[in-house]
Design a protein around this ligand. Structure first.
Ligand code: PLP
Length: 385
């Protein structure tokens, strides 16, 4: 009920504390199945300071708008492009929707179709429904990467573009983006790479010596990339990123936005009013950690994943779905639903999906958390089988 009279801050906060006491928190170390993490304290401070900035009305906040442009430029550089065009948006979902929207508007075909891997994130279902674009699913190979031959077989005159994934949601698999890029160039189609998760992992992991396919703008067929700072970038939610190689894609989704206090602008994002603080936090985190700082975070996460994968193999009845590519380890068991339920009862933030449980080594996940998880899992497996 909407209260008639307000209560004191202390009382309201006390009530909130009580109501959220059933939440799992990242610092508890119990959340192992999420692509989010506790944000970096410096980014939290930046958000706090600039909480009032609205990039939906950039004429008022021209300084913040410039910072967003610089953040987009730095992300473009990380992804192999001197200058890209895009925005810091609400997350991977919005970024993917914007890419599909750009491809559809540029293609101008009557019955638009988008070819994407069966492993694609559900955000494309939303894009399809909103934009009236038919999704054409391409099969996966045994290693769970997309079958590029099947992608080619599905190209028609209605195809508006192709999607490849650099870090799938379930398994962290990186598709053969070089082959998809060649295909896209051969057929004159744009390729969108969903690197919502992998964007803040792959560039650093590659420099650390991990063998991962190229996935970014260095491949000429790649026209757009989703990269989310609120995942491995350690920026507070909401902070996603969409980068286009060419300005025409951004222009194709821009609508005039009159009546703004700061003057008329063209707006490409789905959200109108949107947090400038997010863009500023992205900029600040990149400046603060730099390539070397992120590389350290990724090194730890990748090493932990390899260690964890080996430990899982030692538990009878537990099997890896595939060897980890990034910092995601997914495993199956007999009686998976029962195992999932037991783990949840013990307070673990995990879920089973498509026949496996996914563990994501986010920056808040430490070895001792995983050790405790392995003890619980081992116990459950002994009792269930
Ligand atoms: C590959 C991929 N793309 C897109 C998304 C959607 O991101 P968000 O939840 O930030 O909208 C996710 C989220 O997990 C993802 O894994």
């Amino acid at each position: 009920m909407f209260p008639r009279k307000g209560a004191g801050e202390k009382e309201v906060l006390g009530e909130l504390e009580e109501k959220t006491s059933s939440d799992l928190t990242f610092d508890s170390g119990r959340i192992l199945g999420s692509m989010c993490t506790y944000p970096h304290p410096f980014a939290v401070e930046v958000v706090r300071r600039y909480i009032d900035r609205n990039l939906g009305d950039p004429g008022l906040h021209v300084g913040s708008q410039r910072v967003e442009e610089e953040a987009v430029e730095m992300l473009s550089n990380l992804l192999g492009l001197k200058r890209g065009y895009g925005h810091i948006v609400s997350g991977g979902t919005e970024a993917n929707i914007l890419a599909v929207r750009a491809f559809r508007n540029i293609a101008e075909v009557e019955r638009p179709e988008l070819i994407l891997p069966e492993s694609a994130h559900f955000s494309f279902l939303k894009a399809s429904e909103m934009l009236k674009v038919k999704l054409v699913w391409a099969k996966l190979k045994k290693d769970y990467s997309v079958d590029v031959k099947d992608v080619e077989a599905k190209i028609t005159d209605n195809t508006i573009g192709i999607v490849g994934i650099a870090g799938t949601t379930g398994l962290g698999v990186v598709d053969d983006i070089p082959a998809l890029s060649d295909l896209a160039l051969d057929y004159g189609l744009p390729l969108h790479v969903d690197a919502a998760f992998g964007g803040f992992v792959i560039p650093f992991a590659k420099e650390l010596g991990y063998e991962i396919p190229d996935f970014d703008f260095r491949l000429k067929g790649v026209e757009s990339i989703t990269i989310d700072p609120h995942k491995m970038g350690m920026v507070p939610i909401p902070a996603g990123g969409i980068i286009f190689r060419e300005k025409k894609f951004l222009e194709a989704i821009s609508v005039p936005a009159p009546y703004l206090a700061g003057g008329k602008v063209w707006q490409a994002t789905i959200t109108g009013t949107r947090p400038g603080a997010s863009a500023l936090a992205v900029w600040a985190m990149i400046k603060h950690l730099g390539f070397e700082g992120y590389k350290k975070v990724v090194k730890k996460a990748m090493e932990l994943s390899r260690w964890f994968a080996e430990e899982l193999k030692k538990i009878p009845g537990v099997y890896l779905i595939r060897e980890p590519v990034l910092n995601i380890v997914s495993f199956g068991t007999g009686n998976l639903e029962e195992v999932e339920e037991e783990l949840k009862k013990r307070g673990w933030g995990i879920s089973a999906h498509r026949g496996y449980i996914r563990i994501v080594m986010m920056p808040h996940v430490r070895k001792e958390h995983l050790e405790a998880f392995l003890v619980d899992l081992g116990g459950i497996m002994r009792y269930i089988t």
